[in-house]
Ligand binder design. Structure first.
Ligand SMILES: CC(C)(COP(=O)(O)OP(=O)(O)OC[C@H]1O[C@@H](n2cnc3c(N)ncnc32)[C@H](O)[C@@H]1OP(=O)(O)O)[C@@H](O)C(=O)NCCC(=O)NCCS
Length: 170
């Protein structure tokens, strides 16, 4: 799979992405918006561990966001199980130096379309923390509907936060 877009390319992760991945992922401002599963600090060993696991996964659902031939971010889905098997959660991040250029808006729009075609999904949702207006804006710009505010849904960095539920349904 390779989605060649105007501002970026979405492609499978490769083992040689480790250095670039660790460089861009090792940022508190990226980590603060993500699950604690995303390491901080983000070391080269973390990058190797992630890349080994993702390269061996089947189906591949986590992808690299590449700009100017460098791995600058990630985008992926987690497909639900049981009665949620046609539902997936979307997640994404981008290296801070590249924020505000429309890259993730382009990536989320194209990747969501790809996922609806590639996987048997009827719903893709995302849950940005309520203190992350940039992510909420990306979802609004890419056709996700705001479904509600989940009170006290997240404990991140010692703070209790609401999250915002956005979804696209097919
Ligand atoms: C959220 C994130 C992916 C956005 O990527 P990006 O490529 O910078 O996004 P875009 O440039 O496509 O769009 C960002 C939009 O948010 C807006 N925005 C940015 N900061 C904002 C703020 N503080 N308040 C309101 N809107 C804001 C921008 O103006 C832009 O909207 P516009 O085109 O209407 O002007 C990036 O900031 C990031 O990786 N953050 C850390 C990880 C993260 O938050 N992941 C998502 C977890 S749910």
């Amino acid at each position: 799979m390779e989605l060649i877009l105007k501002r970026c390319t979405i492609r499978p992760w490769r083992l040689d992405d480790a250095e670039s991945l660790a460089k861009h992922a090792n940022n508190r401002r990226v980590w603060i918006a993500l699950r604690d599963l995303f390491p901080h600090p983000y070391t080269i060993e973390d990058a190797h561990t992630f890349l080994k696991s993702v390269i061996n996964s089947e189906p591949v659902t986590l992808f690299c966001v590449e700009v100017n031939e460098a791995a600058l971010g990630g985008i992926g889905i987690r497909i639900g199980t049981d009665v949620h098997r046609q539902t997936a959660e979307l997640g994404y991040w981008l290296g801070q130096e590249f924020w505000g250029r429309g890259i993730m808006t382009e990536a989320v729009a194209a990747f969501t379309d790809f996922c609806f075609e590639e996987f048997q999904l009827r719903r893709i949702y995302a849950e940005p923390f309520a203190n992350n207006p940039a992510s909420a804006r990306v979802l609004e710009k890419t056709g996700f509907a705001f479904e509600g505010r989940l009170k006290n849904n997240v404990l991140k960095d010692g703070k209790l936060l609401d999250s915002l539920l956005y979804a696209r349904a097919k």
